[in-house]
Design a protein around this ligand. Structure first.
Ligand SMILES: C[S@@+](CC[C@H](N)C(=O)[O-])C[C@H]1O[C@@H](n2cnc3c(N)ncnc32)[C@H](O)[C@@H]1O
Ligand code: SF4
Length: 513
């Protein structure tokens, strides 16, 4: 640390700045910010000297990029920090006052997430980029809580499935055109049961059909059984660079309760293998399990982080209709923890992971800054994506008559056999292909974007729906949400607070009534 950086660090401990938590040397995309306050999306940088500063052109480029990601960047010269302490303090305080979250007078209980590098698109642009989702619909056994489109079959004709997935990919690529591809996501029940050769063939075909982003993220969901872990190296060789493991719990009793096919030791061994196989790793855990205490959950989270993961998806157990758990709950054989315990478990999640450097950037997703799931960000930022495979969904904006382009909502047949038969007959298994009306685009854009701590740029709302946000929401409804501290709004962005994100459906119903 230079003298000036040390002086700035000391200054940030000033009492008047105590509500704003700054961290040092935080990686954001391809840069490392000198000092970052998540809540206020404010970066402070310290530069060499007024004279002959070699970093100047790089810094300009760096500032432009960071600002394009939704940060405000304040740059100070070494000499200012050392000699003009009061001026620096005033500048930082005034930037904090005009920052979106702090400006509303809400002191968020937990750091909001850093807006991560945006592979999706620039704000307000149409949709030059595209995410690709591939759904694999087969599981070894159906978990008792899961209502996902996943099915158990005695055998799967791998050759037919591979050919059909490739055919549907080609069909949709013809509709989308040759766009830039920032991410591919293999999801489902789980795709670690796919032969690596099928994954390799799909990645290769996508490489021919689209322009791969140099930093393309290719994620594959995997169950952490020893058999599936054996294929991790094969997936990595196919081009997968991120694994998302369904660990679900770190003790055997909970895993047995959740009906999982692996023990805790097996899951941890799979995590270790995954870490060696690919550069990026995430895992899923389910909490609010019967009898779980906040202290035990906090310890489990801390244990999870010891495995070195940069990203965690944490889901509160829900009783989905048509699942075994739902039926057991109806018979009185299973009960979720009371609401107060669920709230305490949520609080423990936010507190533990905020403290350990993985704040929530989305309702259920936590990441170290820069390690957010780029693919899921495409959905939440309401970018375009293609979904291929049974039940997969897509959103595709066509450059045509309307100023914002027509946006299509696409979905495929859900039943695996119907899907396969349709693709073999027609080259695709499209079940719905619907042009979205402006109000529907507004609703979806908010529904997705307000899940994110960074919120939604107002320019995006206008670009999607053709009208500014103020035209869509009655002023009294907006003020009520702002006063209740469920929402923040400034000249550039609307965002849900942590409290607002917890009741997002009700909040949107209120706003768009
Ligand atoms: C649909 S699954 C697919 C992932 C993969 N097949 C697996 O089992 O690991 C995605 C994640 O959603 C979560 N999930 C599914 N059903 C859930 C439920 N009823 N309550 C809470 N989380 C659930 C699990 O954490 C799971 O890993
Ligand atoms: S949680 Fe995953 S493995 Fe379990 S049934 Fe659902 S998709 Fe299959």
């Amino acid at each position: 640390m230079t003298d000036a950086e040390r002086a700035l660090w000391r200054l940030l401990r000033d009492r008047s700045l105590q509500r704003a938590k700054f961290r040092r040397q935080v990686p954001i995309g391809r840069y490392v910010a000198d000092f970052l306050c998540y809540e206020a999306r404010l970066i402070l940088e310290v530069d060499g000297s007024h004279h002959g500063d070699e970093r100047a052109p790089i810094d300009a480029e760096r500032t432009v990029w960071l600002e394009s990601q939704g940060f405000r960047v304040l740059r100070f010269w070494n000499s200012d920090v050392l000699l003009a302490r009061d001026a620096v303090l005033t500048a930082v305080l005034s930037a904090l006052e005009s920052a979106p979250v702090l400006a509303s007078g809400i002191d968020p209980p937990h750091p909001a997430a850093t807006p991560p590098p945006s592979p999706a698109r620039g704000e307000g642009e149409t949709h030059p980029t595209l995410g690709l989702y591939v759904h694999w619909p087969f599981c070894k056994a159906k978990c008792p809580y899961c209502d996902f489109n996943s099915h158990v079959r005695e055998s799967v004709d791998q050759g037919r499935w591979r050919a059909a997935l490739l055919a549907e990919l080609e069909h949709y690529a013809r509709q989308a055109g040759r766009r830039r591809l920032p991410s591919i996501f293999f999801g489902g029940g789980p795709p670690s049961l796919m032969p690596p050769a099928t994954v390799a063939a799909l990645i290769e075909r996508a490489r021919q059909l689209f322009a791969f982003d140099p930093a393309i993220e290719i994620t594959l969901e995997a169950n952490p059984t020893s058999a599936e872990a054996g294929a991790f190296a094969g997936f990595a060789a196919a081009g997968v660079n991120r694994l998302s493991l369904g660990v679900q719990a770190l003790d055997d009793a909970s895993l047995a309760f959740l009906g999982r096919q692996h023990s805790a030791a097996e899951a941890l061994a799979a995590v270790a293998l995954a870490r060696r196989a690919v550069p990026r790793l995430s895992f899923d855990l389910i909490y609010a399990r019967p009898g779980q205490t906040p202290a035990a959950w906090a310890a489990e989270l801390a244990r999870a982080l010891e495995e070195g993961t940069e990203h965690l998806s944490l889901y509160q157990l829900t009783l989905e209709e048509n699942t075994v758990f739902h039926a057991r709950a109806r018979r009185g054989e299973l009960a979720l923890p009371p609401e107060a315990t669920q709230a305490a478990l949520y609080e423990a999640t936010q507190e533990t992971l905020g403290r350990l450097g993985l704040p929530a950037y989305e309702i259920s997703n936590h990441a170290r800054p820069g390690a957010e799931s780029r693919h899921n960000l495409v959905y939440w930022r309401y970018g375009d994506y293609l979904g291929i495979g049974p039940g997969a969904h897509g959103r595709l904006t066509l450059a045509n008559a309307t100023p914002q382009g027509e946006k299509l909502a696409l979905s495929q047949h859900r039943a695996p056999e119907v899907w396969l038969e349709r693709v073999e007959r027609e080259g695709h298994a499209t079940r719905t292909r619907q042009v979205l009306a402006p109000e529907e685009r507004l609703r979806e854009c908010l529904l997705m974007g307000l899940r994110l701590a960074e919120g939604v740029p107002l320019a995006r709302v206008a670009a999607e729906s053709g009208r500014p946000l103020a035209d869509w929401i009655a002023p009294a409804r907006l003020s009520a949400a702002l006063e209740a501290c469920y929402l923040t709004l400034d000249e550039a962005r609307v965002a849900a607070t942590a409290e607002g994100r917890q009741r997002l459906d009700a909040l949107l119903k209120h706003l768009l009534a």
